[in-house]
Design a protein around this ligand. Structure first.
Ligand SMILES: [Zn+2]
Ligand SMILES: [Zn+2]
Length: 361
């Protein structure tokens, strides 16, 4: 079978759309016809870091949704025709974290064998995060194919695969926000805005957002923020402390830069929790006063990986919340493009007021 996808062939070459061939799915594997895939920063990160340790040639894309086209042997949970979100997390059930009953922190994800090749030379492709969904077809492990209702528009369903679940999951599952509590969110890109949605779904009473971009702060208010702080206008930590009478109970840094986590720690009230959501660059260091910022106010510091989701439970939950109007996925999709436009648009993620750009395949 032949198909098309965005290939990052070698560190020196720019990603480009190519013809591909697809092997049949093996045991417990599912062939998905991809219909939509969001442009997420992790794909750009792979290109910017010359592969991020991934074996070349690489097949990009990891925020996809589509329809099951074919199933391999021993597949019982989905059948051809099912609408699915492609999860890059699939708790293995067998690592130390899963064995102690903590699959949200699974350290070894289930995966399909690599099944896609470059048509030109037959080279086996490595899909980003086991997905490779900037391609018309993907072969994934059965556990990564998560059924969601067809009524949810597919470009919205795709966002459940990564960006939205990462932000919302940080506030729902990594650091469960309590009903009636106060929350601070630093950075209102797509992931930060999803933290706002997660905190609102959890019933937070105050949600204070911090950013320097007026359009992002506007989106945040539309998505549930109760207070905004323009970080270019003085010390945001002081502003959050004043607004909340001494600090928030839960803070989230949705930017990778150290200043985000430093501010998140300092804006907590006594014994609050600061959660790192955005991916930092290797070598980034915190500038924290151990006595003033840690020992005295004794915050907990948490880290999320992809919202620590259990996709088979959490994606259907979020899909239903979207259908019920309790979260607003539609607002996150600010533009749709074709597969052919992906290589050119990938380096410009988040520019020009975009929250999420989604490729329709
Ligand atoms: Zn992602
Ligand atoms: Zn595991």
């Amino acid at each position: 079978m032949t198909t098309r996808g965005v290939v990052y062939a070698s560190p020196e070459e720019a990603p480009a759309v190519e013809e591909l061939t697809v092997d049949a799915p093996g045991p417990r594997e599912v062939l998905v016809r991809v219909l939509a895939c969001g442009l997420c920063h992790s794909d750009l990160h792979v290109v910017e870091t010359k592969g991020f340790g991934t074996r070349f040639p690489i097949l990009l894309g990891h925020e996809g949704a589509g329809v099951v086209e074919e199933v391999g042997s021993e597949v019982t949970s989905v059948k051809p025709g099912d609408r699915v979100v492609v999860a890059w997390r699939a708790p293995c059930g067998d690592c130390p974290q899963c064995r102690r009953g903590d699959p949200r922190r699974c350290s070894s994800q289930l995966r399909a064998k690599r099944r896609l090749h470059r048509a030109a030379d037959g080279a086996l492709l490595t899909p980003v995060l086991r997905c490779g969904t900037f391609a018309e077809q993907a072969v994934i492990h059965e556990t990564c194919a998560v059924k969601v209702p067809e009524e949810l528009p597919v470009e919205q369903a795709a966002l459940l695969a990564c960006g939205f679940s990462t932000g919302a999951g940080a506030a729902l599952w990594t650091t469960p926000v309590r009903e009636g509590s106060s929350v601070g969110v630093i950075g209102c890109g797509g992931v930060g805005l999803a933290v706002v949605q997660g905190a609102r779904l959890a019933g937070a009473e105050r949600i204070v957002v911090v950013d320097v971009a007026a359009d992002k702060l506007e989106h945040a208010v539309a998505l549930g923020a109760t207070d905004v702080v323009d970080a270019s206008d003085g010390d945001p930590v002081e502003a959050v402390r004043q607004l909340t009478g001494g600090g928030v109970e839960f803070s989230f840094s949705a930017i990778g830069a150290p200043i985000g986590l430093e501010q998140a720690i300092r804006m907590c009230t006594y014994a609050g929790t600061a959660t790192l959501v955005g991916m930092p660059k290797p070598g980034a260091k915190l500038d924290i006063d151990l006595f003033v910022d840690l020992f005295s106010p004794r915050p907990t510091i948490a880290v999320t990986h992809g919202g620590d989701t259990i996709p088979q439970e959490d994606f259907p939950f979020l899909a239903q919340a979207a259908l019920d109007g309790r979260i607003d996925l539609a607002r996150f999709v600010t533009s749709t493009i074709s597969l052919d436009e992906v290589p050119e648009r990938l380096p410009r993620i988040g520019e020009g007021g975009e929250i999420r750009t989604v490729a329709l395949l």
